[in-house]
Structures are given as C-alpha cells and as structure tokens.
Design a protein around this ligand. Structure first.
Ligand code: G6P
Length: 358
C-alpha cells in the first residue's frame, strides 16, 4: 500500500503536493498560452453562454467550490446561486427555461447531488456536471460534463480536487464573459500551478500547527472569494482532526460567533485580493482585542500581518485565484494538526469518500 503513497506518509499529503500537476492538467489545451483564448469545446460553450441564470448544487467540499463559483459568475453579471444539494431537493427554487444547473461533484456519485440534478432534469432544465470521474453517473446523466482532470483522489478529505474545481469554475466564467481572449487572466491561470508549488515549498504551516495543536477550537473568517475558503478551512480541520472548527463570513463574526472567541481559540483570517479585505483587517482587530491568537493567510496586499501572531503567506495573483493559494496553506495546517493528534488522516472516523445514500 505504501508504494501508492509515493514516499509520503499519507495519501492526503501526497494529493496536496500533486496540486500543481492537477491544475496543469485542468488547464491543458483549454487555455491558449499565446492568445489567451479559453476553449472548452463548442457544445459546452454554447450551453454556458445560453444560460441566463445558473444554479449550482453540491455537497461538502464541492459545495464550497460551488459557493465560490456562484460569486464568480455573479461578477460576470449572471445571476447565480449555490445550493446544498439535499436542500435543493427538499425546497427546489424557481427556475426558467434559460436556467443552467451545474452539479459540482468530485466522484460524480454523491446521492444528494445526483438527486438534485435529476430534479432539474425532471423540470426540463439544462444540466452540466463538473466532475473528476469520467463515466461517473453525473457525467452520464447530465447533458454536458466538464472534467477537472485531477487524477484519482484516495484521501477521504478532498484537496487537489477542490483546487481544480475552482480553476474549472474560472474557465466557465471566462466563457461566460465571452471576450474571446483573456490575456491577463490566461497568464494568471498559467502561473497558478507554480505559485501553488511555491506555497508548498515555502510553507510554515507545520510550525503554525505545532503552536496551536492544543487549542479549544479553530475559527476561520474570510470575505468575498475568501469566504468559501474559510468554510473549507474549517471543514478540513473538522474532518481530519475531529476538533471543533467553524468558518464564518468575516462580517458576521460580530453578529454572534464573536462570543465564542477566547485566548484559546485561534482565528485564521483569510485576507487576499481586493474584495473588501481592508474590512476584514478591521474584523481581525476586533478578534485581537479579545486576545484571540490570529493567523493571517494573506498575499500581503493589506497590513493584516501587523495584527497577526502568525502569517501564512501566499504569492500575489489575480484576486479570483488567490483563494486557491490560501486554501493550500489551510490544507497543510489541518494535515499537520491531525498528524500531531495521531488521527486516521486518510480515513477519518464516520466519513466516506463518496456518500451514495441521501
Ligand atoms: C463526502 C466526502 C467529502 C466530499 C463530499 C462530496 O462527504 O467525505 O470530502 O466533499 O462527499 O463529494 P463529491 O464526490 O460529490 O464531490
């Protein structure tokens, strides 16, 4: 079994380190390096460009990618909303004939997501699967499929597939934008895999994990594109460490969760890009005033580092892509906390890689 881990102690760590390669595969032949043109194939592009409204359905980590994608599509002027798949089925939202329903699912087999996609199909709505598994149920049942090409993911906690889902969402957004060529963005996308590598090579996540391993709870805050990363950071921490972790929209912290914050609860503040990150710095100051340790995950565009006990740095990139880099740092922190606690990292208790019951 060890041979499959390629010298790493766990599949999860191996898969975290496979991210540069996974992202290159996702971009290959889809972004023209010279012209910056993005090409997802005529059929898929036609489907995407015909969408007046987009609804995204997903579970777990894929739901966080869906939340990110919805924000991205809205920034292109397309009304878009992400739904937890089981809730979409329970209380289906209104739709029109120009609605596109996108299911984001690594495995393509999650029962809740399949059931939401089937609900959409029953209404005669167009469906698209964003998935890692060629030939999966989602890819077969949806009208179109966009493969994220991450290669097999064995660790129960999704890592490289989240990053690839986010990149795939950017490709769809670029098609929605329909500008033909996307020079600056294409070069930002092209540089992303090596920036992920830079994070992996230079990270101090292990030191941060060591310092806070005995904490009572872990909180994560972020705003805009950093918000889904805060949620994902908390989910990863829960899944593999079994410790209490919560993610909040940075602006919501003061509306309740701040009561939980003490000197025993580190707050990871994801502060990247331009979307209101100055306001998040304000939220960090509120946390610091309650004597909670702050870990800033930042590209250095603000002075949040001044108010932080530890800083996890990421290279600067397009605001839309920075969350991928920040998330890699949080994956590593969770991994090293779980390792120190001696958890069953690749197969956490009670969890399954793919949940095929509703
Ligand atoms: C399970 C896994 C999660 C995953 C979720 C959705 O709960 O433990 O890691 O995010 O399913 O999986 P999917 O294959 O649909 O992305």
């Amino acid at each position: 079994e060890d041979t499959g881990k390629g010298g790493y102690d766990h599949y999860m760590l191996k898969e975290i380190h496979e991210q540069p390669q996974a992202l290159r595969q996702c971009l290959q032949e889809r972004v023209d390096e010279l012209s910056g043109a993005i090409d997802l194939g005529d059929d898929l592009q036609q489907t995407v460009r015909g969408a007046e409204f987009i609804q995204l359905v997903a579970c777990g980590t894929s739901y966080h990618a869906a939340l990110y994608a919805a924000q991205l599509f809205r920034s292109q002027g397309v009304p878009a909303q992400a739904f937890v798949a089981s809730e979409y089925v329970t209380a289906p939202p209104p739709y029109s004939e120009d609605t596109l329903v996108i299911g984001i699912t690594q495995s393509g087999e999650t029962a809740d997501t399949l059931s939401a996609l089937r609900e959409a199909q029953r209404r005669g709505v167009e469906t698209l699967a964003v998935t890692n598994v060629v030939g999966s149920t989602a890819s077969r049942e949806c009208a179109d499929a966009l493969y994220i090409r991450s290669g097999p993911e064995i660790g129960v906690a999704a890592t490289k597939t989240f990053s690839a889902q986010v990149v795939a969402a950017n490709l769809v957004a670029a098609v929605l934008e329909d500008r033909g060529t996307h020079h600056d963005f294409a070069s930002a996308l092209r540089d992303l895999p090596s920036q992920v590598q830079e994070v992996l090579d230079e990270t101090n996540a292990e030191t941060v994990a060591e310092r806070f391993v005995d904490s009572e709870a872990f909180f994560f805050i972020g705003r805009g594109y950093d918000y889904p990363v805060a949620l994902e950071g908390a989910l990863k921490m829960k899944e593999i460490t079994y410790e209490h972790a919560e993610g909040f929209a940075a602006g919501e912290l003061k509306h309740g969760p701040l009561a939980l914050v003490t000197s025993e609860t580190p707050v990871f503040a994801v502060v990247t890009g331009e979307t209101g990150s100055k306001k998040t710095v304000g939220n960090v100051k509120e946390v610091e005033a309650r004597s909670a340790p702050v870990v800033a995950v930042t590209d250095g565009r603000t002075d949040v580092g001044r108010y932080a006990d530890e800083v996890l740095e990421v290279p600067e990139t397009d605001s839309r892509l920075a969350p991928v880099l920040a998330n890699v740092q949080l994956q590593l922190v969770s991994y090293y906390v779980a390792e120190r606690l001696g958890r069953n990292i690749d197969k956490p208790r009670n969890l399954a890689k793919s949940v095929t019951v509703e």
